[in-house]
Design a protein around this ligand. Structure first.
Ligand SMILES: [Zn+2]
Length: 219
């Protein structure tokens, strides 16, 4: 995976390593991604183990110049999570062209903890953001959300309530449903966006071959 062209000055390692306390990875991913030496130093997570949110710190402040740059970050993020649910979401401040919040699917804990929702929840902890939110709907127009999988109606609604300008995805809802068998609400993001109280752009198919491969690999 090629790194975005520019990185924060303090970003010496790309992609960021998985957080050591992230216990949501299933055992299969854990065994596949962890060296024998590392296995001796940690305790394998068990199904149903307490799930900690991913440590977003290494993923914040990453620079990019294009949709593809930020989708690459979402893809690498998704690879840190359970391969069965490779949804990575990245929120980008388009004024600075850098990441400000990330999230992965945590539905083992809460069925509404989709990657987008986790990223939005993380964003609200960023200094200065809440003032925009309190100023009313549509005040986060400088934010864009990138996700490996097309946002469901719940997440698209959350994106609209935040007032983001764009949602950019890789794999489509029909592809994910047909490939993985995941239950999906049969309503496309563009349909939700069309009902929004302001204009919100939706772009799909960004690095689609790579995001599709993620969902196929989890089977
Ligand atoms: Zn969703």
């Amino acid at each position: 995976m090629t790194a975005p062209e520019s990185r924060p000055p303090n970003q010496s390692h790309w992609p960021p390593a998985a957080a050591s306390d992230h216990t949501c990875m299933n055992r299969r991913k854990f065994l596949k991604s962890t060296s024998v030496a590392a296995l001796a130093a940690v305790t394998a997570p068990s199904v149903g183990a307490a799930c900690m949110p991913i440590d977003s710190t290494p993923w914040i402040g990453l620079k990019g110049n294009s949709d593809e740059d930020f989708m690459k970050i979402a893809i690498e993020l998704a690879k840190q999570d359970d391969p069965l649910i490779p949804f990575g979401a990245v929120i980008v401040d388009k004024r600075k062209m850098e990441t400000v919040a990330v999230g992965v699917n945590e539905t083992l804990v809460n069925p509404t903890d989709h990657g987008e929702i986790m990223a939005i929840d993380s964003l609200m902890k960023v200094a200065g953001v809440i003032e925009h939110v309190e100023a009313g709907l549509g005040k986060l127009r400088h934010m864009s959300l990138y996700t490996t999988g097309e946002s469901c109606p719940m997440c698209m609604g959350a994106i609209i309530w935040c007032g983001f300008n764009e949602m950019i995805y890789g794999s489509s809802i029909p592809f994910i449903a047909a490939t993985t068998g995941f239950s999906q609400i049969n309503l496309r993001a563009t349909a939700v966006a069309a009902a929004a109280p302001y204009g919100v752009q939706v772009r799909g198919g960004v690095l689609e071959a790579e995001t599709n491969a993620l969902f196929k690999a989890g089977l």
